[in-house]
Design a protein around this ligand. Structure first.
Ligand code: SF4
Length: 199
């Protein structure tokens, strides 16, 4: 089984929360059985494009609707881990404003430009990690789709964060139970990286 925190708590990566909301059965294969996921061509291309996109973002007059003058710092691929929560993740972009507002940004190279539940959960998890790091309430996050230069700003509430912490416990139970969860809908299975083990 993959990494645990110093007190034995299983560390959940934010990416795994997204997988859980795609299909809980996927977490069983990835974490309980430790099946490696091969990166899809689209994911690899996304990583290359990502670096170019960061440069473009920094050169714009406004950064996610904030003027350059309001921005204190931009952090790229910020890796954070919280042992108490058993949560880790790497955030595509973090915007720190001069008024101390902190915003996580998740960049998506996808034709589906929507705030799916898994994507919102991803931003909530980042918000929790950032709050711990910056000692500052994080109440918004941004999904950004470079292909259409589209951004979706999502509010993140206290309740959202409480629910996310409950999600972590659910995922840990699923990993420890080592019992195959029920199947997801068949449409998702067509795009799933672990389908060949699952079917
Ligand atoms: S193939 Fe389908 S049921 Fe199996 S893990 Fe993937 S999405 Fe879930």
């Amino acid at each position: 089984m993959k990494a645990s925190g110093y007190d034995g708590k299983i560390i959940i990566d934010v990416w795994e929360i997204v997988q859980y909301y795609y299909c809980p059965r996927k977490i069983y294969f990835l974490r309980a059985l430790g099946i490696p996921v091969l990166k899809k061509r689209k994911m690899i291309e996304g990583q290359e494009e990502h670096l170019k996109e960061i440069k473009r973002i920094k050169e714009r007059k406004t950064i996610f609707n904030y003027s350059q003058e309001d921005v204190k710092a931009i952090y790229h691929k910020l890796s954070l881990e919280d042992h108490d929560l058993g949560l880790a993740g790497q955030i595509d972009l973090v915007i720190e404003l001069k008024n101390n507002k902190i915003l996580p940004v998740e960049i998506k190279y996808s034709e589906y430009m929507e705030a799916f539940r898994g994507r919102k959960k991803q931003l909530i998890a980042y918000a929790i990690l950032l709050e711990k790091k910056f000692n500052q309430i994080v109440d918004e996050g941004i999904l950004y789709f470079p292909d259409r230069n589209k951004q979706i700003t999502l509010p993140i509430s206290y309740e959202d964060k409480k629910d996310l912490i409950k999600d972590l416990e659910k995922i840990r139970k699923l990993i420890l139970r080592e019992k195959l969860p029920v199947k997801s809908n068949i449409e998702r299975c067509n795009y799933c990286e672990v389908a060949k083990y699952c079917m």
